[in-house]
Design a protein around this ligand. Structure first.
Ligand code: RAT
Ligand code: ZN
Length: 412
């Protein structure tokens, strides 16, 4: 293949690749209003909210007291009408609208709203999954989320496109308070292990797992998470969470590095980032060889050490360019480094979509970068005399976008 054929072959393979999106905040259609969708939800995404508030034209308290419709009007005005929308989150809106054939330079926000209001929920879901190439996505399912948990009936897990992940942040980050909540739900302690009963906590997790059949358990942890042997959160991880993972054959996804609410008034947009100790991940992988760890870290500074660590542990899969890393310059740098250190043995991206339509731009933007990185790598191979065929490329691309995730999680 000459280099322009090679580029084309890679682009084609990536474009048509079906995706398993291993981390989102979306819900199946049966959850109705819980599934955010359409232009007002897109505009009021917390990434855009904080960008708007930075300009100081309206204070956070006033802004959050307004209706979603009015908030969207303000965001549109501040970020799109009176400035060029150059940030990644803004560009995402444009990519998404374009994909529906909507032209925000000639159409008013009113007519864009009109377009979305005419899509039924089911139509909308089908359309977005088709446009984004997402075959299967994994949700974030928190048993303590009062809006979500009541939906956990058989219908919740009946749509095969929406897989569940049991999110257990509370158990690791505030074990005592969580244990109290379990007691309120009728999980009474049997043995006394210093306030917490691991057995009861395991029973709770297994009951949750029976209800929603998760494809993994997950937690997001702060840079300051205490990894010492006698720290309570770490003991819960070792004595409750990992045994459940082992018993059910489920991976544990650790998302490490978020400093929660460094500015509380910003709500979901108020979190920050910090470096975390990668050696704690290595220790976990070493001490628990039969547990599969999926790890993503939020700090750019942690990426190299994490990739090097993954080289040593087949039970560690690095996934995604998470949250503040999901920007073209960083996705490119991180993906390039991961291919160089890990070959094809990682999951390059997840969307983290909170709004259905975001699947379109998050994947379009990431796919473009991943394709470029792959092209460069195959071109480097060609210089050694190693030729890849279109089939080879298709196979590799499938591993990155779906097969690795399927193998890890058991998603069919
Ligand atoms: O990207 C986001 O929306 C973040 O607020 C979080 O959802 C983060 O991805 C998480 O899952 O904790
Ligand atoms: Zn997330």
């Amino acid at each position: 293949m000459n280099s322009s054929d090679l580029r084309l072959a890679v682009q084609k393979a990536v474009e048509k690749a079906k995706i398993v999106d291993v981390h989102t905040h979306l819900y199946p259609p049966c959850c109705d209003k819980l599934l955010l969708r359409g232009v007002d939800d897109l505009l009021t995404y917390h990434y855009l909210t904080v960008e708007t508030l930075r300009y100081g034209e309206i204070g956070p308290e006033k802004f959050f007291s307004l209706s979603k419709h009015l908030q969207a009007d303000i965001i549109w005005d501040v970020l799109f009408e009176r400035r060029s929308p150059v940030s990644e989150a803004c560009r995402g809106i444009l990519t998404t609208l374009n994909s529906y054939g909507l032209d925000p330079t000639s159409e008013s926000l009113g007519s864009i709203r009109q377009y979305f209001s005419e899509l039924s929920l089911d139509e909308h879901v089908d359309l977005v999954l088709e446009k984004s190439g997402v075959d299967t996505l994994v949700m974030t399912n928190n048993p303590f989320d009062e809006e979500e948990e009541p939906h956990w009936g058989p219908e919740f897990i009946s749509d095969n496109r929406f897989k569940t992940a049991l999110r257990i942040d509370d158990m690791l980050n505030s074990p005592q308070a969580t244990f109290k909540k379990l007691e309120q739900r009728g999980y009474k302690p049997v043995t006394d292990t210093g306030g917490l009963d691991y057995c009861v906590m395991r029973k709770f997790l297994l009951d949750c797992a029976n209800r929603i059949e998760p494809v993994y358990l997950a937690a997001s942890l702060p840079p300051g998470f205490d990894w010492s042997e006698d720290a309570i959160g770490y003991r819960v991880l070792k004595n409750v969470v990992l045994p459940c993972c082992e018993e059910r054959g489920l991976p544990i996804a650790l998302m490490i590095g978020v400093k929660k609410l460094i500015n509380p008034v910003m709500g979901l947009g108020g979190d920050g980032v910090g470096c975390s100790p990668v050696e704690a991940v290595a220790k976990l992988c070493l001490e628990n060889p039969s547990v599969k760890f999926m790890v993503t870290m939020l700090a750019r500074e942690n990426q190299h050490e994490l990739a090097v660590t993954a080289r040593k542990f087949p039970n560690l899969t690095v996934f995604g360019c998470w949250w503040f890393l999901n920007n073209p310059s960083l996705v490119e740098e991180i993906t390039r480094m991961r291919v160089e250190l890990l070959g094809l043995s990682f999951i390059p991206q997840h969307s983290d979509a909170r709004v259905l339509d975001q699947l379109i731009y998050k994947w379009k933007h990431s796919k473009g970068i991943i394709a470029e990185v792959l092209y460069d790598k195959y071109a480097d191979l060609a210089k050694t005399g190693w030729q890849v065929s279109a089939e080879d490329i298709g196979r590799d691309v499938e591993m990155l976008f779906s097969e690795n995730a399927k193998e890890l999680t058991g998603i069919k």
